[in-house]
Design a protein around this ligand. Structure first.
Ligand SMILES: O=CC(=O)O
Length: 314
């Protein structure tokens, strides 16, 4: 398989993934190529696979420039950076990395809930800056028993629900259609869900339908005591609306792992104690990233050996 060209469109930040790909294929690291147009012109014929992630995948323009592209294997569960319609049209296969990261993302969502309500980050700073010597840290808000509303009840949404249940949190949810096999309360609209929970979690896929699913109306329904947790994608949230609600105190707090224009985060949020900001690390453990890399490589190998794909999307 060494002659098969694989174009890595995401930054080559995962050494294990890079090493595994380089062992098997001719790997091109697109991110570090200065003249991309010239590179594509000279190498397009040999590139039969693309490896991307949550930050860079394969858009219509790139797909158009790769006449021999057969498969896009994403180092992520989310596939919003891949033009699926174009892939379908061209018969290009698409794979992602579901299941192996579910626990980590769900753990992080609970971590964000605890961190926001119990003010873990500012109280850690309180100790480090020596302020404890001058008096105790102020009281915070209890997490156990808070009602949790989840947008999207797929693998990750369900894993968050299961964990929140262990904290005696009543669970409700919103999805496109009510699920017959879950016992949680269903709300047909996000505004209703927001009005009836204390912590609202975004755990759905990013699509045209779910872009800005968190808007001013939803934020106002969640209210000055409500907390928003986003472990989905930045564009799920109308970010300027979220920032002004937090700055004006119209929303109680937020735990955010994802942003509209990563790695750029609105600086207005930096001074707010009721906000926890993470650098998109939902699946960022050594254990899960290794399993994700093995799936990316396993899917490519399966494809080029004419075997069934391990985790096909298309
Ligand atoms: O954001 C991370 C992923 O989609 O895996």
């Amino acid at each position: 398989m060494e002659s098969i060209g694989v174009l890595m469109t995401c930054p080559p930040f995962d050494p294990y993934l890079v090493e595994q790909l380089e062992k098997r294929f001719t790997l091109f690291k697109f991110h570090s190529i200065p003249d991309k147009a010239h590179f594509l012109n000279s190498n397009k014929a040999s590139i039969r696979a693309v490896v991307g992630n949550a930050s860079a995948g394969a858009d219509a323009q790139l797909i158009h420039q790769l006449p021999n592209l057969e498969i896009v294997s994403s180092f992520s569960v989310g596939i919003d950076k891949i033009d699926l319609a174009k892939c379908r049209e061209r018969g290009i296969r698409v794979t992602n990395t579901p299941d192996v990261l579910t626990d980590d993302v769900a753990d992080l969502a609970i971590g964000l809930m605890l961190a926001v309500l119990r003010r873990l980050c500012p109280s850690d700073r309180y100790v480090r800056s020596g302020q404890w010597k001058r008096g105790d840290y102020k009281l915070t808000t209890k997490f156990t028993g808070k009602s949790v509303g989840i947008i999207g009840l797929g693998r990750i949404g369900l894993a968050i629900a299961k964990r929140a249940e262990a904290f005696s949190c009543p669970i409700s949810y919103h999805t496109r259609a009510e699920k017959s096999d879950v016992k949680y309360k269903y709300y047909p609209s996000v505004v209703e869900l927001a009005a009836n929970c204390q912590i609202l979690v975004v755990a759905c896929a990013l699509t045209e339908e779910t872009r800005h699913i968190i808007n001013r109306e939803v934020i106002n329904a969640l209210g000055p005591k409500g907390v928003l947790i986003n472990i989905g994608r930045g564009p799920h949230v109308d970010e300027p609306e979220l920032v002004s609600a937090l700055v004006e105190g119209r929303l109680g707090g937020a735990g955010l792992d994802v942003f509209q224009d990563e790695p750029n985060v609105p600086e207005e949020l930096f001074g707010l104690e009721n906000v926890v900001l993470l650098p998109h690390v939902g699946s960022g453990t050594m254990e899960s990233r290794k399993e994700m890399a093995d799936l990316v490589v396993g899917n490519l190998e399966a494809h080029f050996l004419n075997k069934p794909l391990l985790t096909p999307v298309l």
